[in-house]
Ligand binder design. Structure first.
Ligand code: HEC
Ligand code: HEC
Ligand code: HEC
Ligand code: HEC
Ligand code: HEC
Ligand code: HEC
Ligand code: HEC
Ligand code: HEC
Ligand code: HEC
Ligand code: HEC
Length: 444
């Protein structure tokens, strides 16, 4: 069947539009034409790059795991995957693989099969854990009678990433307060830098020192730049506008620098931006993502805005408060995003900005979706901690909340919709179950 489809696709391609293959990547006029060849709707995670067939398909039409691993292998490794292919190399596991070939990504994730697809591109029925763990209640009496479609409910287990859910972790964080004593996020790099380097050790550039050729200079732009973190860090106009960093400012002036112009100094931000849903089209060599191409609800008047660094940062005067909230809601228009402004987190964020709250005590959209690491680097991949939701526990919530409170909140679908305004209405039982388990072992 697959073969047949590919052959007919190939023949149609040759016959109908010989240039289609060549035109597919990046050419938007070819896009509407080539969706005809998609056997069904592509998953939420990949719809942006669905026109780039070759990202996943080999020239003969087949798909191998290697394509998935090329893009996702690193992240699964970092997430300490609970079920990596290597776990099944041991011959004693062979009988399990007869039921479900867990060494192959395509056993559980396929594409263009809308009617089979659950969230996160999963295409196996939700009770599939049963195939390998039907005996679980033998060792774990607490699991007797649990439904087999409940194993992967929020707050219990995930198939891949259990970093916030494994037993010793749950045990270690049992009994923590809902809100910790000093609820704080790490500071941004620039904040750390300004706090550690005395003013006398810095040598900011002034407007007079800008090195753009006169025909590209306006007083307004120059004043904005002179007031920016770049001028403060002695980064001149040529730092971004010159393709040839060794020549003087006038030679090879690039009028509209793209994200690559930032990479020389901000490679971490550029790399992480490119692997999330804001930058993945650019990474695939396609035109930038725009709200018009989105499946999520977006503001109509933002339809044609392009997602690059300038979508959130005015390159001449980056404003971090603007980037962390105002920029986001200028595009996003779903109920979660709209509700944020009424949450107590937003109040904390306003207090931080006005100086009433300590640095790091506020919670903006970016606090949750673009968290800072200990060194103050800002994660620019909004999907890094997005799904499954417990990924956000360690990177964000636990800076300020206890684990029980965090898991309860993340498991509550209503709180997702109202952006965590109000307490959770449900309780994840895992921490209690782990406590009982360790106590019963002690007794034995
Ligand atoms: C993100 C990866 C990805 C992209 C991009 C992608 N596909 Fe697929 N496609 C898959 C996977 C995975 C399968 C399932 C393969 C399997 O089951 O062996 C598949 C299956 C197919 C099939 C076979 C369907 C069937 O019923 O067996 C066709 C035809 C197909 N894709 C066409 C396309 C075309 C045409 C494009 C580009 C316009 C495209 N795909 C882009 C991943 C992708
Ligand atoms: C060209 C790179 C690329 C290839 C090839 C690719 N993916 Fe992805 N995938 C992405 C990006 C980018 C995202 C969106 C960001 C994210 O969720 O991490 C994504 C998202 C996903 C998601 C999460 C969906 C969600 O709703 O959260 C799953 C699951 C996934 N990919 C599995 C696969 C599998 C299985 C394959 C092989 C058939 C594959 N990917 C091939 C880049 C790729
Ligand atoms: C036995 C089924 C199964 C197999 C095999 C499998 N996955 Fe998954 N995958 C899932 C399930 C279920 C989820 C939903 C989240 C969870 O439970 O971890 C998921 C989620 C994901 C995600 C998004 C969430 C995350 O934690 O990053 C990615 C990416 C992903 N899978 C990639 C892959 C790749 C690449 C392979 C092959 C190396 C693979 N998966 C093999 C079942 C499977
Ligand atoms: C194809 C078989 C297979 C499937 C399907 C499967 N598992 Fe597993 N799982 C294993 C194997 C094998 C181990 C390792 C056990 C061992 O080392 O003896 C394991 C280990 C685990 C562990 C212990 C993890 C640890 O810390 O070592 C948990 C929890 C778990 N699985 C839950 C699940 C859940 C939940 C699902 C469904 C979302 C699932 N498994 C689906 C085979 C499977
Ligand atoms: C941090 C990198 C960076 C620095 C430093 C920088 N620029 Fe730019 N500049 C850009 C980017 C990126 C664009 C494209 C803006 C966009 O995409 O909308 C741009 C656009 C421009 C434009 C196009 C006009 C417009 O519509 O905004 C002019 C003129 C310009 N810059 C002049 C300057 C001058 C003069 C300086 C120094 C005083 C300077 N730039 C410093 C990154 C920079
Ligand atoms: C020549 C090096 C250089 C280039 C090129 C460069 N930057 Fe920077 N940028 C810096 C330095 C140095 C800082 C301040 C200290 C730090 O964060 O490392 C900074 C800070 C920033 C900040 C933080 C501002 C704040 O107030 O916290 C943003 C945002 C930023 N840059 C965006 C960009 C963008 C977008 C581009 C590309 C259009 C770019 N930068 C190009 C060197 C550069
Ligand atoms: C979706 C909006 C968005 C996009 C797109 C975006 N940024 Fe950012 N960026 C932010 C936010 C928000 C912060 C600050 C978060 C905070 O305060 O913790 C930030 C912070 C930064 C910083 C300062 C971090 C530090 O170390 O002090 C740099 C540098 C930066 N971005 C560069 C870039 C570059 C380069 C690009 C393009 C590849 C880019 N950003 C694209 C929203 C964005
Ligand atoms: C220029 C418009 C624009 C801006 C500004 C913007 N976004 Fe997005 N965002 C998008 C688009 C478009 C998508 C992809 C939606 C889709 O594919 O359906 C997206 C995707 C996302 C996703 C992934 C959603 C998912 O389901 O996988 C998150 C999370 C997100 N944005 C958060 C933010 C945050 C936080 C900010 C501000 C720091 C921000 N965005 C700024 C347009 C924007
Ligand atoms: C307290 C942390 C937090 C704050 C603040 C927050 N979010 Fe989220 N957001 C989440 C979590 C957690 C999810 C995923 C929930 C899930 O899948 O269960 C999410 C999901 C999303 C999604 C995906 C929506 C979907 O339907 O799949 C987008 C887009 C998004 N957030 C944007 C934003 C924007 C824009 C803001 C600010 C106006 C914001 N978020 C504020 C935690 C937060
Ligand atoms: C910088 C610290 C900080 C971070 C990070 C943070 N919170 Fe909060 N959150 C607070 C504080 C402080 C309160 C109490 C506010 C109050 O009572 O006025 C709160 C309140 C809440 C509430 C109750 C809201 C109400 O109105 O009753 C929920 C639910 C919540 N947070 C969930 C989360 C989740 C989920 C995350 C991670 C995705 C998270 N928070 C991240 C500091 C934080």
């Amino acid at each position: 069947m697959t073969r047949l489809l590919w052959i007919s696709w190939f023949v149609l391609t040759i016959a109908g539009a010989t240039t289609l293959f060549i035109a597919l990547p990046g050419d938007s006029t070819a896009s509407s034409l080539s969706t005809v060849f998609l056997p069904g709707q592509t998953t939420h995670g990949h719809h942006q790059i669905e026109m780039k067939c070759a990202a996943c398909h080999l020239p003969d039409g087949g798909v191998t795991d290697q394509s998935c691993i090329d893009c996702h292998g690193g992240e699964l490794k970092l997430s300490r995957d609970t079920h990596p292919a290597s776990k099944f190399h041991d011959p004693t596991k062979a009988p399990l693989l007869l039921k479900i070939d867990a060494q192959n990504c395509l056993s559980c994730h396929v594409e263009h099969e809308e009617e089979l697809t659950h969230p996160m591109g999963v295409t196996v029925p939700e009770d599939y854990c049963y195939h390998c763990h039907e005996d679980v209640a033998k060792d774990r009496p607490s699991h007797a009678g649990l439904a087999f479609n409940s194993c992967a409910n929020a707050g219990c287990h995930n198939y891949h990433d259990n970093r916030a859910l494994y037993e010793n972790f749950l045990r270690k964080h049992a009994g923590e307060a809902n809100v910790l004593d000093e609820p704080r996020n790490p500071l941004r790099r620039v904040q750390q830098w300004l706090a550690s380097a005395p003013a006398s050790s810095r040598s900011p550039l002034t407007a007079e020192q800008s090195n753009a050729p006169a025909e590209h200079t306006t007083a307004e732009l120059t004043a904005a730049w002179a007031d920016s973190a770049h001028a403060a860090a002695a980064v001149n106009c040529s730092g971004c506008h010159n393709a040839d960093k060794n020549s003087s400012a006038g030679d090879s002036w690039v009028a509209v620098p793209d994200h690559q112009s930032c990479a020389g100094c901000h490679d971490g931000q550029v790399d992480s931006f490119l692997v999330g849903r804001h930058g993945m089209r650019l990474a695939a060599g396609l035109s930038p993502m725009t709200p018009e191409l989105a499946r999520l609800p977006m503001h109509g008047d933002a339809a044609h805005r392009q997602l690059d660094c300038s979508a959130c940062h005015d390159p001449h005067q980056p404003d971090m408060a603007l980037a962390a909230f105002d920029a986001c809601i200028s595009c996003h228009d779903d109920s979660h995003s709209r509700s944020y402004a009424d949450s107590s987190h937003h109040t904390l964020w306003q207090q931080e900005l006005s100086g009433q709250g300590a640095p790091g005590s506020g919670v903006s959209c970016a606090t949750c979706h673009m968290p800072r690491d200990e060194d103050g680097h800002v994660q620019h991949n909004q999907n890094d901690n997005l799904r499954p939701a417990e990924k956000m526990a360690r990177t964000v919530c636990m800076n300020c909340h206890g684990l029980q409170f965090t898991l309860d909140a993340l498991a509550d679908p209503q709180l997702k919709d109202n952006c965590y305004s109000g307490p959770a209405t449900m309780k994840v039982r895992s921490l209690d179950m782990v406590k009982d388990w360790f106590e019963s072992r002690k007794r034995r």
